[in-house]
Design a protein around this ligand. Structure first.
Ligand SMILES: *[C@@H]1O[C@H](CO)[C@@H](O)[C@H](O)[C@H]1NC(C)=O
Ligand SMILES: *[C@@H]1O[C@H](CO)[C@@H](O)[C@H](O)[C@H]1NC(C)=O
Ligand SMILES: *[C@@H]1O[C@H](CO)[C@@H](O)[C@H](O)[C@H]1NC(C)=O
Ligand SMILES: *[C@@H]1O[C@H](CO)[C@@H](O)[C@H](O)[C@H]1NC(C)=O
Ligand SMILES: *[C@@H]1O[C@H](CO)[C@@H](O)[C@H](O)[C@H]1NC(C)=O
Ligand SMILES: *[C@@H]1O[C@H](CO)[C@@H](O)[C@H](O)[C@H]1NC(C)=O
Ligand SMILES: *[C@@H]1O[C@H](CO)[C@@H](O)[C@H](O)[C@H]1NC(C)=O
Ligand SMILES: *[C@@H]1O[C@H](CO)[C@@H](O)[C@H](O)[C@H]1NC(C)=O
Ligand SMILES: *[C@@H]1O[C@H](CO)[C@@H](O)[C@H](O)[C@H]1NC(C)=O
Ligand SMILES: *[C@@H]1O[C@H](CO)[C@@H](O)[C@H](O)[C@H]1NC(C)=O
Ligand SMILES: *[C@@H]1O[C@H](CO)[C@@H](O)[C@H](O)[C@H]1NC(C)=O
Ligand SMILES: *[C@@H]1O[C@H](CO)[C@@H](O)[C@H](O)[C@H]1NC(C)=O
Length: 529
């Protein structure tokens, strides 16, 4: 700075001297520029003239490329070209042997070679200060050059360009509204007072991305235990995010990445994914949910225990046996499970249980339940298996199922019941001894005196036959005519008997009275007076 000022001082001093000290006879040199300020590399015309009463000798002293383009009496026009920097050409004239001079200053202007806004952080936390930095290279004259920092079109700061390159900074407090805003830097070379324009150069805009990520951890909802081969939904939610839609979710079981379906709300997100439990993941695994926003993340981890627990194997040595056969009932489960087998004698708990059974008719259709219990991550799980035993027995025809004595009224509706027990269910029929007529079993029938008799009921199954005798008595009334005749005969007979008796009695009374009278008369005759 100091040295360039010194360089400028000498020609200026000479020019001042030339202007202040007019030559003899009022001779004076003057100089006039077509333009005070020109773009770098441009050209300018200089009119050098002298006030002299005779022809003066005119000249222009400069290091610039000059060319005389016109001249007249005591004036000359030079064209200076390719002017790269500020310059002070000196015009001189010789009038009557006396030299006077005058100088003029040419100002060169140029637009900045580079206007650049330093890169912004990729993500900026809301509530923090952001420093904007602009670099400006080139651009003269500096006294007319200012640097502006802008948010969109809003001027945040305006400062002079100082230094080479010039660096201008300002800070802004970042809020949510700044998300997506474009920041830029602009230079203004204001040459309007010099009858030129306002020259503006802008940097490439840079877009700011701001974010808010709460300190809380995502809320992860997951099953604690999962059986191999099953699928479960897991949920991961985080509130208070900004901008929620730009957050990413990473969900993984062990190192298997899940593909969550993410739902974005105003300031929260919720990710949902299906987790499949595979055999390779048996054991306690970590389920991770990470929400990533800006250059930060929040993570939650939960333990998920993956187990395999097949249902116990329940077996019968034979599932269909004849009565009084020994059957082995056995239940085996997962090595770490505890088994309970219904019907087994009490014993030490273990992963298997068994017992022998002498199959009886009552065991037909009996079901055996085996329950296995396994503890997984503090939770007791159960699995059951049931099996049914078939016992072949019979046939049996017993008085209780097939009563042997039926007494029915003729004309009534009755049903003959006769059932046989056995597996398979026996066939039963009843036929009358003698004529072999069959009595329907289990059907309502109208009782007729002809069905009375003794029946042989037969039950057959598995080529075995058992029999049971059933007596059917039918009570019926005598014929009405017979009864009338019998009653009428009885009445007539009774009447005749009574009439005969009464007649006989009357006759006897009369005979008696006659006798008495005869005796009384006889007595009267015999008695002495
Ligand atoms: C140069 O300046 C002189 C003196 O002021 C004037 O007479 C002359 O016309 C000028 N020349 C041109 C081309 O303007
Ligand atoms: C500055 O702006 C001018 C036009 O206004 C343009 O010609 C020049 O290339 C710009 N400079 C830069 C560094 O962008
Ligand atoms: C995030 O970026 C900011 C500035 O860009 C930096 O200060 C901070 O340390 C970064 N944080 C992490 C976790 O990388
Ligand atoms: C941001 O800068 C201003 C001054 O420029 C200061 O007062 C404020 O405390 C700063 N805020 C933060 C969060 O750094
Ligand atoms: C910022 O610039 C980008 C790209 O030039 C544009 O898509 C976006 O809309 C601008 N942002 C604003 C807030 O104008
Ligand atoms: C997971 O989130 C969805 C939607 O928010 C909800 O419908 C579902 O019930 C949640 N599931 C669990 C296991 O919390
Ligand atoms: C997950 O399991 C590990 C050991 O396998 C244990 O250290 C950790 O505390 C468990 N985490 C939770 C959240 O239960
Ligand atoms: C099964 O029980 C029946 C009747 O009690 C008996 O006769 C038979 O001997 C038993 N069978 C065995 C193998 O113990
Ligand atoms: C049950 O039986 C199946 C097939 O016979 C066998 O693969 C499995 O290992 C058995 N399970 C147990 C607990 O013994
Ligand atoms: C298994 O048996 C247990 C106890 O006997 C019972 O509580 C449970 O409901 C049964 N489970 C199934 C699936 O049958
Ligand atoms: C079955 O009939 C006989 C005569 O045939 C009789 O002695 C017996 O009392 C009757 N039994 C029943 C239970 O009616
Ligand atoms: C009744 O059963 C016996 C064997 O139990 C059979 O031989 C007979 O044919 C059957 N009678 C009728 C009419 O079904």
């Amino acid at each position: 700075m100091a040295s360039s000022a010194a360089r400028l001082q000498l020609p200026a001093l000479l020019a001042m001297l030339g202007a202040l000290l007019p030559g003899p006879g009022g001779a004076q040199t003057s100089v006039h520029l077509s333009n005070d300020i020109i773009p770098r590399g441009g050209s300018v015309q200089v009119n050098c003239s002298a006030s002299c009463d005779e022809d003066a000798v005119l000249g222009l002293e400069t290091q610039l490329t000059k060319e005389e383009v016109n001249s007249g009496t005591n004036w000359k026009i030079y064209e200076l070209s390719d002017i790269q920097k500020d310059s002070r050409p000196i015009c001189f004239s010789n009038c009557h042997g006396i030299q006077t001079s005058a100088s003029v200053s040419i100002t060169v202007y140029s637009l900045p070679k580079r206007v650049e806004l330093a890169p912004l952080p990729q993500w900026q936390l809301v509530g923090e200060n952001l420093t904007l930095r602009c670099l400006v290279e080139g651009g003269v004259p500096r006294r007319h050059l200012s640097v502006l920092l802008l948010r969109e079109e809003e001027e945040l700061s305006r400062q002079p360009a100082v230094g080479e390159p010039a660096e201008v900074t300002t800070t802004v407090l970042v809020d949510r509204d700044n998300h997506g805003a474009n920041f830029s830097c602009r230079t203004e070379l204001d040459l309007r007072p010099q009858k030129q324009e306002l020259f503006q150069n802008s940097s490439v805009p840079r877009q700011l991305r701001t974010f808010v990520l709460p300190m809380t951890h995502p809320w992860l909802v997951t099953p604690r235990i999962m059986e191999v081969g099953t699928q479960k939904l897991v949920n991961c939610t985080l509130h208070g995010l900004f901008p929620a839609s730009e957050a990413q979710v990473h969900l993984a079981l062990k190192d298997q990445r899940l593909e969550p379906k993410v739902t974005y709300n105003k300031d929260s997100l919720s990710a949902m994914a299906w987790v499949k439990a595979n055999t390779e993941e048996e054991g306690t695994q970590q389920l991770t949910c990470a929400v990533i926003l800006g250059n930060q993340s929040r993570t939650t981890r939960e333990n998920v225990t993956i187990y395999s627990f097949p249902a116990p194997n329940l077996t019968l040595s034979q599932s269909e046996v004849s009565e009084w056969t020994m059957v082995r009932v056995e239940c085996k489960a997962h090595a770490r499970a505890m088994v309970t087998l219904n019907g087994a004698p009490p014993g030490p708990p273990g992963s298997s249980a068994q017992f022998l059974l002498n199959a009886s008719a009552e065991d037909d259709g009996r079901s055996f339940l085996c329950t296995a219990a396994l503890e997984v991550a503090g939770k007791v799980l159960h699995k059951n298996k049931t099996l049914e035993l078939r016992v072949l027995y019979g046939p049996q025809l017993e008085e209780s199922d097939c009563p042997g004595n039926w007494t029915w009224q003729e004309g009534s509706w009755e049903t003959l019941k006769c059932q046989a027990r056995g597996n398979p269910i026996p066939k039963v029929n009843c036929s009358r001894k003698g004529d072999g007529s069959v009595l329907p079993i289990g059907d309502r029938m109208l009782v007729n005196r002809n069905i009375s008799g003794t029946y042989m009921c037969r039950a057959t199954s598995r080529q075995v036959e058992v029999t049971h005798e059933v007596v059917v008595n039918v009570i019926y009334k005598q014929n009405d005519m017979v009864i009338i005749i019998v009653v009428a005969a009885t009445v007539i007979l009774g009447t005749v008997v009574i009439a005969a008796y009464l007649y006989n009695r009357q006759r006897k009374i009369r005979e008696y009275k006659l006798q008495k009278a005869r005796e009384a008369a006889a007595l009267k005759l015999n008695t002495p007076p």
